[in-house]
Ligand binder design. Structure first.
Ligand code: LMR
Length: 328
């Protein structure tokens, strides 16, 4: 891709950030669902695009499709396997249809913060998870961080009892459905791109997500407020298809892998500050954030944590123990 085209690409709207590729370059299509400039994943994907297009110019060219403009998360793993896109970074919840071990990341109050998630992912167990789906044609290349999840609804969620009887959007994950059921809520799985409209029209009453997603999708504008529960995490796996990856020339594959690792290290270190900024932006825009004291938080823990029991055989008691040892 030429420098002129790079400049043109950077000047187009954030909703359609695609690069023009030159003949002979390997085209790498990366589809994701968030914005490009105020979100840990979006910023990382944009940096990856910039670096690939500068450093692999003439050999490879990356086109990033953000904001669910090409595919949503319910579609992207399927099209990745078909070869229509080459990279994606769905949340870890989206992989439970391929391997139940990933359910550990959805269990409420499993990780106390993103540093604990990072330590688990960089352990031998976590690293092995990247290759746990190769039989199904998927290869994980890196974990990308987002942040801790918060709860919001169209009524004040001062205690878990306030969630009873409400409809909550969840990602399509059995753990998350069980978590909302434990609150007495009704879980409604739906794609990320549909959540704002569903909250606005009352199809659902509430949702759970990170500050950067609540800000980036403007959920706070159509909710009574957000309760700072920090009850779970949203993190991502950068994923490709084994067919596509294995067909790359070794030097191209190595260079791309190195750039992905470097981008991962740089951007993962910033994910918490991106979310803190989003929280500040929500408050500045008039959104209501409700903090919990220790006793208040203990009520949410007591209500949600029992779902671990239902899933402990899927995720392995030894993995739960390892995650808890990291938290200690
Ligand atoms: C969601 O579906 O809520 C998130 O996984 C979206 C995302 O990619 O952060």
């Amino acid at each position: 891709m030429t420098a002129v085209l790079t400049a043109l690409t950077l000047s187009v709207s954030a909703s359609a950030v695609a690069a023009a590729c030159d003949d002979g370059e390997i085209v790498i299509k990366f589809s994701h669902v968030t914005n490009t400039d105020r979100h840990p994943k979006g910023i990382a994907a944009s940096l990856l695009q910039t670096r690939v297009n500068e450093e692999m110019n003439g050999k490879a060219c990356m086109e990033v499709f953000p904001n669910s403009t090409l595919y949503n998360d319910d579609q992207v793993l399927e099209v990745l396997l078909q070869g229509d896109v080459h990279l994606a970074a769905p949340s870890l919840s989206k992989f439970e249809q391929f391997t139940k071990v990933f359910r550990i990341f959805d269990l409420p109050f499993m990780f106390k913060n993103i540093a604990a998630v990072d330590a688990f992912q960089t352990s031998e167990t976590g690293q092995a998870m990247k290759e746990s789906m190769t039989r199904r044609g998927l290869l994980g290349l890196a974990f990308w961080h987002n942040g801790m999840k918060q709860m919001s609804a169209n009524v004040a969620l001062n205690s878990p009892a306030d969630a009873s009887g409400l409809k909550f959007r969840v990602q399509n994950s059995d753990v998350l459905k069980a978590q909302m059921a434990a609150l007495g809520g009704s879980p409604q799985p739906m794609a990320f791109s549909e959540v704002y409209g569903a909250l606005q029209t009352g199809v659902v009453d509430g949702q759970e997500n990170t500050w950067s997603n609540i800000y980036g999708q403007k959920f706070f504008e159509v909710q009574d407020g957000i309760t700072e529960t920090n009850h779970g995490i949203i993190d991502y796996m950068v994923v490709t298809s084994t067919d596509w990856w294995d067909a790359l020339d070794g030097d191209i594959r190595d260079q791309l892998a190195t750039i992905i690792t470097e981008v991962t290290n740089v951007r993962n270190a910033e994910s918490t500050s991106v979310n803190e900024q989003a929280k500040a932006d929500i408050i500045a825009a008039g959104g209501v954030v409700r903090k919990l004291d220790e006793a208040g938080r203990a009520e949410w823990v007591a209500t949600m944590k029992p779902v671990w029991e239902e899933f402990k055989d899927d995720v392995g008691q030894e993995n739960i123990d390892a995650a808890q040892a990291i938290n200690a």
